[in-house]
Design a protein around this ligand. Structure first.
Ligand SMILES: [Mn+2]
Length: 356
């Protein structure tokens, strides 16, 4: 098992690559979507939460991530002695109509295929994604973690309908006619995912890239009136059963799994890592269940994270683990301090597991 750090787009700097190394990481997971663009209520020193208007504005629909820029990023990471393991999340600007089944759907499926081919060309082995209409919405920020550390949580459902021009908690068309995105059925959303996988996975296989699905965060059957896919641990199995391709994999998020109100997080880790479907891990801790939970420090929630690591080791998981979020610590660099704390804890746990 390998330890990594996830960095948001504006954090992809030499200084932060060195920070990752200093904190014991060997791998980087890079976000290329700018979640913070135009989001006045979304300070970029923390994970994005935003308002009911979402995080902010999506990127440039005409500008796909090129093989050259991906290659440059990989080289910049490698220059600091690290490896670039994955790109996390497609930009809504590039695939909104794939999620919404809109008029640009077929053209945007080609966008996705192009981006995956570009990743393959650049030697980046994993593309993480989140097939979700409402996206990561409905969460709040507050002094929820130990010692009143600023953290993220959920204080009840959010069913406010989604305005037109918005998907995945970002605005891709600020000039869309005023209306709401009509709700669809759960079956329709599964149908869209099935078609997406059928069309894109052969390209991923050819490019030697794994497509890694994040579960729905927060894990609710609906958010903003829109259905969600993987909001219970058993629903991950439905994704495996949809398409047997070896490129059909998971961005396995322990925190989100722990927020689900059915099943057992250790059983889920065991079952899916045993099936070899885990491309990489998000590992964090949480207290409570959706729709009422709070993100905690890694050693301080409902999850025994060391037990999770032990199960992964038993099943010979050899991929990368990143702390996807952590509470912020009171100091000049709250995000970095939180991440350094989580990485140090995970590094010690991994060393102890290897020694035994
Ligand atoms: Mn996650």
């Amino acid at each position: 098992m390998k330890l990594g750090l996830g960095l948001y787009r504006h954090m992809l700097t030499r200084e932060n690559f060195q920070f990752a190394r200093q904190a014991g990481a060997t791998h980087i997971v890079a976000h290329l979507v700018d979640y913070f663009k135009g989001g006045a209520h979304n300070p970029n020193g923390n994970q994005p939460t935003g308002t009911e208007q979402g995080w902010g504005l999506a990127g440039d629909p005409e500008k796909l991530w090129s093989a050259e820029e991906l290659c440059e990023l990989r080289q910049a990471v490698e220059a600091e002695g690290l490896k670039l393991e994955a790109i996390e999340n497609f930009d809504p600007a590039h695939w909104h109509d794939v999620l919404l089944d809109g008029p640009k759907r077929n053209r945007q499926i080609e966008n996705v295929k192009t981006i995956i081919r570009n990743l393959g060309q650049a030697g980046i082995p994993i593309m993480g994604y989140n097939f979700s209409i409402a996206g990561v919405c409905g969460r709040t920020t507050g002094p929820y973690a130990r010692g009143a550390a600023m953290s993220v949580g959920m204080e009840g459902p959010l069913e406010e309908p989604m305005p037109n021009g918005m998907v995945w908690n970002m605005v891709y068309d600020p000039n869309a006619p005023k209306a709401f995105v009509p709700p669809i059925t759960q079956d329709e959303l599964w149908r869209r995912l099935g078609n997406f996988l059928r069309e894109v996975l052969p390209v991923a296989e050819e490019a030697n890239v794994k497509l890694a699905l994040h579960p729905d965060d927060p894990p609710m059957p609906t958010m903003r009136g829109q259905p969600r896919l993987v909001y219970q641990p058993r629903l991950y199995q439905k994704v495996v059963d949809l398409n047997p391709s070896p490129a059909n994999a998971f961005e396995f998020c322990v925190g989100t799994l722990a927020e689900m109100n059915e099943g057992d997080v250790y059983h889920a880790v065991d079952s899916y890592s045993r099936q070899g479907r885990v491309a990489y891990m998000h590992l964090r801790n949480v207290r409570g269940k959706a729709p009422f939970y709070r993100e905690t420090f890694i050693d301080d929630g409902d999850v025994d994270t060391v037990r999770v690591l032990r199960i992964l080791k038993q099943n010979n998981f050899n991929g990368v683990i990143i702390p996807d979020h952590t509470p912020q610590m009171n100091c000049a660099a709250p995000w970095h301090a939180g991440m350094a704390y989580a990485l140090g804890y995970l590094r010690a746990a991994l060393l102890l597991l290897t020694a035994n």
